[in-house]
Design a protein around this ligand. Structure first.
Ligand code: AMP
Length: 218
């Protein structure tokens, strides 16, 4: 299964894709994580990404697509993957389609997760992430056993710069302008399914699993 998870920042794409990844043994590929790894490496390219990301802007389509292509070609992604945060523009969707064609594969489904801005803001400002393994927590919704410490590896949790309120508003503007058109793009291809993501995670995951079971039977 080659899947795309779409949704405004804060809708929980990262959490849903981690769960689906564990259940179906297919990797979650987050371009945000790939970009943050490049930033952490301290490379010149990483410095450029850091500036664009901190400002709440998108990274250049070409740069992010090169990172994505390298990741998608790795052996663990050959039986399927979940793209979390890619494509984010129509240009990227077209690049992905031609990449899939080259690999004699296709995107099977794009799931669009939706909820209100009020819910999104609460989710984003409370989000925390492990500095070591990347696991995502939430101060109220998914708390770690010990506050500020990852349950898995005891590493400290951190809040992303771009999860602070000012940056969130900028990212939402970018989403409306550049990412929303993707919904029409996948609708046209008859590959779009919408999931109401207003409820808690435990209730959303079964909805996603039901969609994927149907897809597997096709
Ligand atoms: P995320 O972790 O998916 O919220 O991504 C964090 C930031 O990384 C975004 O606000 C963008 O600046 C950048 N980014 C992630 N994925 C992409 C993408 N597909 N295209 C362009 N920029 C991206």
């Amino acid at each position: 299964m080659n899947l795309i998870f779409i949704g405004k920042q804060g809708v929980g794409k990262g959490t849903y894709s981690q769960r689906v990844s564990q259940k179906y043994f297919i990797p979650q590929i987050s371009t945000g994580d790939l970009l943050r790894a490049e930033v952490k490496s301290g490379s010149e390219l990483g410095k450029k990404f850091d500036m664009q990301m901190k400002a709440g802007n998108l990274v250049d389509d070409g740069d992010v697509s090169t990172l994505l292509e390298k990741r998608i070609l790795q052996s663990d992604a050959q039986n399927g993957f979940i793209l979390d945060g890619y494509p984010r523009t129509e240009v990227q969707a077209k690049i992905l389609d031609s990449l899939m064609k080259k690999m004699k594969k296709q995107i099977d489904l794009a799931i669009n997760f939706v909820t209100s801005d009020a819910v999104l803001l609460q989710r984003l400002t409370g989000r925390r992430q492990c500095t070591k393994c990347g696991k995502i927590y939430h101060l109220q919704n998914i708390p770690s056993k010990i506050e500020g410490i990852c349950d898995i590896d005891n590493a400290p949790l951190f809040q992303r710069e771009d999860d602070k309120e000012g940056a969130i508003k900028k990212r939402w503007e970018t989403y409306e302008k550049q990412t929303k058109p993707l919904i029409g793009y996948y609708k046209k291809q008859k590959k779009l399914v919408e999931v109401d993501a207003s409820q808690e995670v435990a209730l959303i995951i079964p909805k996603v699993e039901a969609i994927l079971e149907k897809l597997e039977k096709k």
